[in-house]
Design a binder for this molecule. Structure first.
Ligand code: PAF
Length: 279
């Protein structure tokens, strides 16, 4: 794997690949790679000739009180995992390479950025959409891979790619989970032993709510069922539990679904999110 820190050498590599007719798959990440990321890399390898992984903890998607400085950065380990996984190039710029002092251009995906996590993280999806478009312009992949765990992020990126005619296929990949049901996340590294034991309740809450929804078609009851389970997390704090339409992320369009059940919960100081689609 070639580690590249700057845009111009990466552009040279990409230009050579494209001239040779090589298909490029791209997996954007913030590092602290886990099996979820690696499942995206494996899929990208199957479907393309070359795979680029970016590791960049994007400052513009963190709010002023969020965990930017606490975010784990085990770069040597990430590079070793990329090497083992057969990644062709690892792009890991420092923030000034992507955001100069006079940086002033932003991508806002209006409606999809507002509900769910958007309510509690103003500016977050603007930061995500902006950095993803920048990375797509730099890497120029044929396909880009996103996990469904960050479902709203996936929808925001899909909409941006459509609206701005970005020539890339967005490939959505299923969430990878521990046997306990806990969705893999780089933030799991920050959980204490006790918190980690309680964290699978996040998934269980969504599943119980999903059962209520399937049997009774009652959104309010389903949300209450999720909250009852989430309240069992010691030191937990529910940020939101919501049930929306999986395409518009607005109110479910029909009583029969489909539905997206989504939640964000603080377990101690660590914010975990998860979602479940029903119907
Ligand atoms: O999902 C992530 O890790 C980040 O939001 C992404 C897509 C790499 C943009 O910084």
């Amino acid at each position: 794997v070639r580690t590249v820190r700057a845009i111009s050498p990466l552009r040279q590599i990409v230009r050579a690949w494209r001239t040779a007719g090589r298909r490029i798959g791209f997996v954007p990440t913030m590092g602290a790679l886990h099996e979820g990321h690696l499942s995206l890399v494996r899929r990208a390898r199957r479907e393309n000739d070359e795979v680029v992984v970016s590791v960049f903890v994007n400052p513009t998607q963190f709010g002023p009180t969020e965990d930017l400085t606490r975010y784990p950065r085990p770069f040597a380990r990430d590079a070793a995992l990329c090497r083992k996984a057969g990644v062709s190039a690892l792009f890991s710029p420092d923030p000034p390479e992507l955001y100069s002092a006079e940086y002033q251009t932003w991508v806002t995906v209006d409606t999809l950025s507002v509900p769910l996590c958007g309510r509690f993280r103003p500016g977050h999806f603007r930061g995500v959409a902006t950095v993803v478009l920048k990375l797509l312009n730099i890497v120029q992949p044929d396909r880009v891979y996103f996990g469904e765990k960050d479902f709203q992020q996936l929808r925001v990126v899909q909409q941006m790619v459509k609206d701005l005619n970005v020539p890339v296929d967005v490939v959505a990949c299923p969430t990878v989970r521990e046997p306990s049901g806990l969705a893999l996340s780089s933030r799991n590294l920050a959980l204490s032993m006790e918190e980690r034991l309680a964290a699978p309740l996040v998934r269980r809450a969504l599943r119980e709510a999903g059962q209520v929804l399937k049997s009774r078609r009652n959104v309010a009851q389903a949300k209450r069922a999720a909250r009852t389970v989430l309240r069992k997390i010691p030191g937990g704090r529910i940020q939101y539990v919501d049930i929306v339409d999986p395409v518009s992320l607005g109110p479910p369009s029909r009583a029969t679904g489909p539905y997206l059940l989504a939640t964000a919960v603080y377990v101690g100081r660590t914010r975990l999110i998860d979602n479940l689609r029903v119907g």
